[in-house]
Design a binder for this molecule. Sequence first.
Ligand code: SDX
Length: 442
Amino acid sequence: MTAIANPAPVQSAIEPHARAQFPLLQPTIGMPMLDLRSLASRQGCYAYDPGLGETGICRSSITYVDGERRILLYRGYPIDALVENCSFLEVAWLLTNGELPDAGQLAGFTRDITRHTMLNEQIHAIFRGFRRDAHPMAVMCGVVGALAAFYHDGLDIFDRRHRLVASHRLIAKMPTIAAMAYKYSLGQPFVYPRNDLGYAENLLAMLFSVPCEAFRLAPAAAKALEALLIIQADHEQNASTTAMRLVGSTRANPYACTAAAIAALWRPLHGGANEAVIETLKAIGTVERIPEMLRRAKDRTDPFRLMGFGHRVYKSYDPRAKVLRPLCQEIMASLGRSDDPLLRLALELERIALEDEYFIKRKLYPNVDFYSGLIFRALGLPASMFTPIFAVARTAGWLAHWNEMIADPETRICRPRQLYQGPAERPLVAIADRQPCPPLVG
Ligand code: SDX
């Protein structure tokens, strides 16, 4: 990983007199920010930034991403060092507590998480209320939100003990919920978590074991899943983490906030991209069809996009894809899947896209989802289960941000402004005098 030098001070485009009225907030590393909280009172206007791509919504010390320098740090530690040297639970502790745990702390945290992996038996009935073919992310949204109806000792967000219990409970139970959603879709019995297995091993056992035979855990699979969970654990103010913070700013309970974050993660522009990558590769089908599909991906009139490419922040290679690419080939080889036609197609697609002017000009590189989907597939999961496992990992990050937000004295209810472009005030027209109007929706 390259060392991080503080970038040269940024010359803002704001007029000097305007800039003088707005203090410049300096980060530890990265671009400074104008403090615009008094913008309306001093300038008589608001800022306009749809998608919040140029706006900081909070102070945070958890994760730092530098899209140009391919840097991803969790509490200052480079992502590849964490993947190579730590377990997922070590990283989950780091994200929330700010430092890596010592051996005693890790042992206590691991014991605590391990002993809270089971769900209240009544919650099993909630699964049975869903159709078998429900998308597992729909099931996870429902079940996680319903946890607030069962665990009342984690609802008082101003009680430190409640926050700790709810955070540990969610980290512990998300793998169980994801695995139960998968088993329910198969019509197979739920598999209970085992206290003799590690976090990733337990998840694999709950996903793939059946009561009628002993479960053979492939060490390479556990290693690959542990790495994926670490890599997907957090990523600054992405859409689902922002959803967690936004819902949390209303003082909602952590289960409701996490259900909202799951909903935000679900779809293809965010966490659902790994599922969409497999669909994209299947739509391309063969290496020979890559040129035709690249043409469609570049055509603005064609909705087809090359899923797994591009990123709002990374305008260079996603450092997570850099870690996952060799891991993908390693896990494919160890599980005897190297000849997987989709892997070969993915590597050829990556090679061609990285040489294509359209992608180069727009700085569209493979992102984390390009390879995570292939690894999940090598582990034997259906594409519908990729994002639920992403949600398991990201729960550690969501909770770290939620706890940080509650402790932040600057936290206020999140209530953005808008640029109103509707009609000015007008008199009501009696129904007898109205003209038919085309519906705006539908
Ligand atoms: C994640 O925020 C996070 O940190 C998210 C995440 C996390 O860990 O939480 O990193 C996880 O969500 C990764 C991203 C997964 N999504 C995908 O792989 C979906 C495919 N990617 C795109 O939809 C897109 O790149 C986004 C949504 C990821 C980013 O969109 P931006 O930054 O708003 O960029 P844009 O849509 O404005 O695109 C800029 C140009 C456009 O072309 P022009 O209008 O300039 O002609 O690039 C084109 C886009 O059409 N473009 C693509 C493309 N992505 C962008 N063209 C073809 N294929 C693509 N994938």
